[in-house]
Ligand binder design. Structure first.
Ligand code: 4AZ
Length: 324
């Protein structure tokens, strides 16, 4: 049977319309669809922390998706490549819907135990456990790494009461990581308040690691980088009018050099700042924020882990003291 050209055109239009409404939804379409809903939900603090599908997804997460869609090659400023097997507590947090661990990566994290990861609240706010995947046991983000799905995300209840304050979150894994004391996947102990007087003095050398940008306007890296001998900047100096002018709370640590040039950067967020001890390193900070990267008088700012030792133990033991 022959059809008239008009009938053919009408058929094609019907087909493309059907595809438009039934075809796979792209992340951009999803973002547009849920934008209005999110904007209202984001105004409520408790709604934002609930991490259901109606809240605003974290900035780092959305940026990873954007870079992947646009094919942008997705670093630590002035760091060095971390040899395989070093920093075995470092993990990458990735967007589950992106297949390549390098493109998927949007934040760092630290292994606290076989089933718990410590990261920054600003990395995981508004995300569902199913939206993120943890990559461990490698310094190179490729498909050979150990990956884990996420059971639960716990964001500190006071996150954001002051700008960037209490920027800490816990991620519970569905299946345990194979921890060992000398293998590629290890936990890092938390620095305690008792350690601080000895290990966080002015100029004390810290280590920061990550797959983030290597310059403020640079790109992310596939191979983990580290920066050592990053000096502690005391809070009173970091709070000077020439630096952060009072924005550094008691829950933050500054590290860097006032001349600039050494820093963590975008993409390193959530990852570890460790202090060297006589024995194994301890987790002193979580990469949190800063004005730009490696700028003069703008050291990197880290969540002060020792203030959250009780919170972490309450949360991982399901005690009501977690976010009560
Ligand atoms: C960020 O945007 C970020 N220079 C992380 C760390 C620093 C600055 C910005 C510290 O995730």
């Amino acid at each position: 049977m022959r059809r008239s050209p008009a009938a053919l055109v009408a058929g094609l239009m019907l087909l493309s319309f059907a595809f438009a409404i039934c075809g796979p939804e792209t992340a951009a379409q999803r973002a547009r669809r849920t934008k209005g809903k999110r904007a209202t939900a984001a105004t409520s603090r408790s709604a934002r922390n609930r991490a259901d599908a109606t809240t605003q997804r974290s900035g780092p997460y959305e940026e990873a998706l954007r870079n992947y869609r646009e094919g942008v090659e997705p670093k630590v400023v002035n760091g060095k490549p971390a040899p395989a097997g070093t920093f075995p507590w470092q993990v990458a947090i990735g967007a589950s819907e992106v297949p390549d661990a390098f493109y998927a990566h949007f934040c760092g994290g630290s292994i606290h135990s076989a089933t718990w990861i410590i990261t920054a609240a600003h990395c995981v706010e508004g995300l569902l456990p199913s939206e993120i995947t943890i990559t461990a046991g490698t310094n190179r983000l490729d498909d050979t790494a150990t990956q884990r799905r996420v059971r639960r995300i716990i964001i500190h209840k006071d996150y954001g009461d002051l700008p960037h304050n209490n920027d800490i979150a816990l991620i519970e894994l569905v299946d345990a990581l194979p921890l060992s004391t000398d293998g590629p996947i290890r936990a890092v102990p938390l620095l305690t308040l008792a350690d601080e007087g000895r290990l966080l003095t002015e100029g004390a050398p810290m280590v920061v690691t990550g797959w983030g940008r290597t310059t403020e306007r640079g790109v992310k890296v596939r191979d983990l980088r580290y920066l050592d001998n990053l000096p502690i900047v005391p809070r009173n100096i970091c709070n000077r009018t020439t630096a952060y002018d009072g924005e550094i709370t008691n829950n933050m640590i500054c590290a860097g050099v006032l001349a600039g040039g050494m820093d963590s950067c975008k993409g390193d967020s959530g990852g570890p700042l460790t202090a060297e001890t006589e024995r194994a390193p301890k987790l002193a900070g979580v990469v949190s924020w800063g004005e730009g990267c490696a700028r003069a008088n703008r050291p990197g700012v880290y969540t002060r882990v020792s203030n959250y030792v009780g919170w972490v133990s309450a949360c991982i033991s399901n005690s009501p003291r977690c976010n009560r």
